[in-house]
Design a protein around this ligand. Structure first.
Ligand SMILES: NC(=O)c1ccc[n+]([C@@H]2O[C@H](COP(=O)([O-])OP(=O)(O)OC[C@H]3O[C@@H](n4cnc5c(N)ncnc54)[C@H](OP(=O)(O)O)[C@@H]3O)[C@@H](O)[C@H]2O)c1
Length: 217
């Protein structure tokens, strides 16, 4: 597992930076990507633990697993930019198709979900896996947070999902196989439910937990 090299597109942002910190502290090789290499370098320096920074294409080239953490409005263009660098690799799409200002209402795109957009944009040579929709970035950013809650992991190929389940574990959470990219619709929509509940119940970052005795977990 620690042999994986992680490149984070938009890794200067809230989710990407929080994940970068967790993976770097866990001993993984982390490369923070940005549209601005200097900004990524500063972000990597702040994280330490050998984290590196550069532009998004350098992050994609460095990695065995590329993690996309940019807002929905920029998902497609960001993926198109790195498409040639990620052939044969795994790309983890974290995109939730939020359409401000109505972020407390599930609004799915005409393609079905953001994971399908990633799949269509990148093509068949890339192993698209979708995950991390239901975890709050500020929770992940707190090194003292115990990681309660589950991360549902979607993708067409079991082995590719497993590499991301392992990555979730390295970030201090429980990752669970949750089926096809079509199923990612449920997790992407659930984020709006959680944002609503955060407000309604005054929760500081609600998450999800699957109950029952899961064999093999
Ligand atoms: N925040 C959360 O709690 C959370 C939880 C689950 C899933 N997500 C998903 O994770 C993704 C990132 O969320 P976030 O809250 O981390 O976003 P964010 O902090 O607002 O932005 C992330 C990064 O995206 C890059 N970016 C901004 N505008 C861009 C543009 N026009 N073109 C290309 N890149 C651009 C920026 O990096 P540079 O300026 O360095 O290029 C920025 O640091 C979203 O799709 C979100 O739905 C977020």
């Amino acid at each position: 597992m620690t042999d994986e090299r992680i490149g984070i597109i938009g890794g200067t942002g809230k989710l990407g930076n929080a994940l970068a910190g967790r993976w770097a502290r866990a001993g993984l090789a982390v490369f923070i990507g940005s549209r601005d290499a200097a900004k990524a370098g500063a972000s990597a320096k702040a994280i330490g633990h050998g984290a590196r920074g550069g532009d998004n294409r350098a992050a994609a080239s460095f990695a065995t697993i590329v993690v996309l953490t940019v807002p929905f409005a920029h998902q497609r263009a960001s993926l198109a930019e790195i498409a040639v660098d990620v052939a044969g690799k795994i790309v983890v799409d974290t995109t939730v198709p939020l359409v401000p200002p109505k972020v407390m209402r599930a609004q799915m795109p005409p393609e079905g979900n953001a994971a399908r957009i990633a799949r269509t944009t990148l093509g068949d040579s890339v192993g698209v896996v979708s995950a991390f929709h239901n975890v709050a970035a500020h929770k992940l950013a707190d090194p003292a947070w115990r990681g309660e809650g589950d991360v549902l992991v979607f993708g067409e190929v079991r082995e590719q999902r497993q590499r991301v389940v392992d990555l979730v574990k390295a970030a201090g959470m429980r990752g669970l196989h949750a089926g096809s990219l079509d199923n990612a619709t449920a997790a992407e929509a659930l984020t709006s439910v959680l944002i609503f509940m955060n407000k309604f119940y005054e929760v500081d970052g609600a998450g999800i937990r699957i109950t029952g005795d899961l064999v093999g977990v």
